[in-house]
Design a protein around this ligand. Sequence first.
Ligand code: M6R
Length: 615
Amino acid sequence: MCGIVGYVGSKPVIDILLNGLSKLEYRGYDSAGVAVNSEGKIKIYKAEGKLQNLKELLETHKAEILDTTAGIGHIRWATHGLPNTINAHPHTCNCGKLAIVHNGIIENYKELKKDLLAKGCEFKSETDTEVVAHLIANEYGKYNDLPKAVREAAKKLKGAYALCVMHQDEPNILVGTRKNAPLIVALGQGENYLASDSPAIIQYTKRVIYLDDDQFAVLTPSSVLITDIEGRQIDRKEEILPWEPVAMSKLGYKHFMLKEIHEQPDVIRNVLSGKLPDINKPIVLDEVKLTKDEIKNLKRIEIIACGTSLHAAMVAKYILEAFTNIPVDVEASSEYIYRKTVTDANTLVIGISQSGETSDTITAIRQAKSVGSHVLIITNRPDSIMAREAHSLIPVNAGIEVSVAATKSFNAQLIALYLFAMYIAEIKESFDLEKIKDLKHEMLLLPQKIETILSHKEDIMKCARAFASYKNFIYIARGINYPTALEGALKLKEISYINATGYPAGELKHGPIAMLDETMPVLAILMPGSIVYEKVLSNAEEAKARNAKMIALTSAHDAHLNDVFEYILRVPSVDEYLSPVITSVPLQLLAYYIAEFLGKDVDQPRNLAKSVTVE
Ligand code: M6R
């Protein structure tokens, strides 16, 4: 979603802003802009579409903006108003002396706008952000003090925001604040930065301060002051970012998505390392702060997440219920937050999120905390808001995931969830401990098995080429691979825009079968193990009988499969409990190659954002 970069110092401001914004591009956006304080004036440059358009515009204005010491930049993912140049940030006020960039949504912008219109403010855009620009300008008129004006304006705002503001008359100051949206202050030598996410600044400095809600940062090149909303100074310790800048490189792959798919074996090794030291010893999860007694007394587990993380949660339900005998409910965060929270102190609430910044999941875990539940967060971003809210935190350490389509984070989350389920099972002795030992052994083999899939991609590419022109797709599976079917379908629709739906295979004849004919490919996941293999095969035969084009994803070498399926994508055999880790990989690749053949923008699909920071 939207991204913010701000800079005060002596380096070329435009380069720093553009470079920072380019590191946030992966989050998804539809326009971009910068404002600089140059030659005593605020100058704003904005362009619709990709950052490249803004770069080209700035190139033509080079001479006007040579002498700049401070600036703010933004990429916008449209919420209020079309994704055009007028609605792009930065926004300004009547006098044009102030510039502001904003992530989030101002919920009371209509009421505020009414008042401001009555005071003579003229609005150019349809955005909620422009209201904040006028509001701060009005306060500036009273106090002639930018930090004070921002604080007074913030008292009137409702909603979620990260703001970065500059004023012509205070050329060496940037003011930032946040509420329910991330904003960090990054500290340099004779220069300081504001950013909505660390990739924007990590190449310059790793020293950061994470602002909390309702905190205000006043930056000059040589100082940073953090205050509360009344202007009282707050002591905040700086922290060191846990990332390396190299993590943002494609390392020779055509797309980040392909690179991230290929990183999965190492990501899994990474998650396992230290936590599974020896298959004969218990899982080590020091991150879980529940006592053994608290674990034994758990009556329920709720897992809340969105998108791909929700699919990981659905796999976890099978595992946790089987291994621990604790009933597990899984719910989309966006649904969880709009009904009564009947969660209590004997319920463990698990929030899963790659980014740790997904607005609905943040709200959901806060609700769960407020009724006394222990909140365990599984995230790829130990520096995120969610991580900071957690009672227990299992970081999955998959490295920054740049492609909007989540891949490596899914499997990293799954491994963390398997470890957690085994950890509880070992404490409660609720599952056959010999079987757990076998599964631990198998888990250690997963990276190798994924490597086998990755080194034999030809069948997947052939299949992708054959099906790239279809407009619809159905994915079916049963049991623990039903969430994988949903995930495979989500990957395909996200990056190729093909309408793909996952169904429990048994549901096909309760409706979806009506859609089947030769124009509707059906991909069936058939992993031997429990009885579901035979059942999915029967459901696939029913689909075949309706002329659907059939693809199998399986580890089986059953000769009968050749009668039913035109394409068979084979994966190494694996215990059924662990199979989603294996079956997810060819589905990621299938989606990737179809999107690639169609010439889609794989890493930044239209309309999507990497972190969904608005409800
Ligand atoms: O960062 P989160 O895991 O909380 O994000 C949740 C979803 O927005 C995310 O998984 C989304 O569905 C991805 N684009 C899936 O590829």
